[in-house]
Design a protein around this ligand. Structure first.
Ligand code: 9MG
Length: 277
């Protein structure tokens, strides 16, 4: 199966023959990894520029925490958080900007503000989301999630996690193509930690090649996630080494984009992978 080596996203055509590092910019006071340090526009922009200096190829900007148990934020509050950051970054950056949201209204405003990619944990299932992305030239990341963030980790259940996640992603690809979203604009993500036990997450990474069979570039996000803490120990701030192992394994198993907090360390680790592979 041939996988697109170019990812068309907004103003950009990303070359995926080299793995791309997507740096996380949380604009949330309750963010699980930055403790709210970057909640104001200026600090978020400053942090984003630091990630670019460290080698980020893409920035993923989010205004609502999706960690297990997190409460949703209102549309107005999410817009207030992310739109000024995207507007400011689109004027000064040369990397694609991704909006991490499942809300169609936020997608629309973010694209107008300069977002190049829609990163949707709901895979464009909200009413109107497919139409908004189709009407733009933004790239999209379709992610699998069982349940909703508030309750998804209470009792995740699958007969065959790999087959079910793969079928879900295949169905969402069909929905995108039917709405006129070109295949070169689509990336897929099994959604590590989103309604999955440790065993489910391990099975997904072991079988990442099965998702590559769908013919679309894979994005993997494991950075600082609790599954790494359950495997290796340590709280969120102590999961760097486990996260680097996860990024390296993901890329060696076919991931084209890794979504991470620790950009410099990941870029260095992936240089070693590139030298070897
Ligand atoms: C927003 N967000 C949090 N975790 C994520 C993951 O694993 N993948 C994607 N695409 N987005 C994520």
């Amino acid at each position: 199966m041939n996988i697109n080596t170019q990812f068309l996203c907004g103003r950009f055509q990303l070359d995926l023959t080299r793995p791309q590092v997507m740096g996380i910019v949380n604009v949330t006071p309750d963010s699980f990894s930055d403790g709210g340090k970057y909640s104001s526009v200026n600090l978020a922009v400053e942090h984003a520029l630091k990630l670019i200096a460290e080698g980020a190829d893409i920035l993923d900007i989010g205004g609502e925490s999706t960690r297990p148990g997190a409460e949703p934020v209102s549309l107005e509050e999410e817009l207030r958080r992310v739109v000024p950051v995207i507007e400011a970054l689109s004027k000064v950056t040369t990397v694609p900007l991704s909006i991490d949201t499942y809300k169609p209204e936020v997608m629309r405003a973010a694209i107008v503000a300069g977002a190049d990619i829609v990163n949707d944990i709901c895979a464009l299932r909200e009413d109107g989301a497919l139409e908004i992305v189709a009407a733009s030239n933004a790239g999209v990341c379709l992610m699998h999630m069982q349940g909703v963030p508030q309750t998804m980790q209470l009792n995740p259940q699958y007969e065959d996690v790999v087959a079910e996640v793969k079928q879900f992603l295949a169905d969402r690809v069909e929905a995108c193509l039917a709405h006129g979203i070109a295949s070169e604009r689509i990336t897929l993500d099994p959604g590590f930690g989103f309604g999955k036990t440790t065993a489910h997450n391990v099975a997904l990474i072991q079988h990442l090649d099965r998702f590559a069979e769908l013919g679309f570039p894979l994005l993997v996000g494991l950075s600082r996630k609790s599954v790494l803490g359950r495997i290796a120990g340590g709280d969120e701030q102590q999961r760097l080494h486990a996260g680097l192992a996860a990024s390296v394994i993901s890329v060696m198993k076919g991931a084209k984009i890794v979504r991470v907090h620790d950009v410099k360390a990941t870029v260095d680790a992936l240089k070693v992978v590139a030298a070897v592979m």
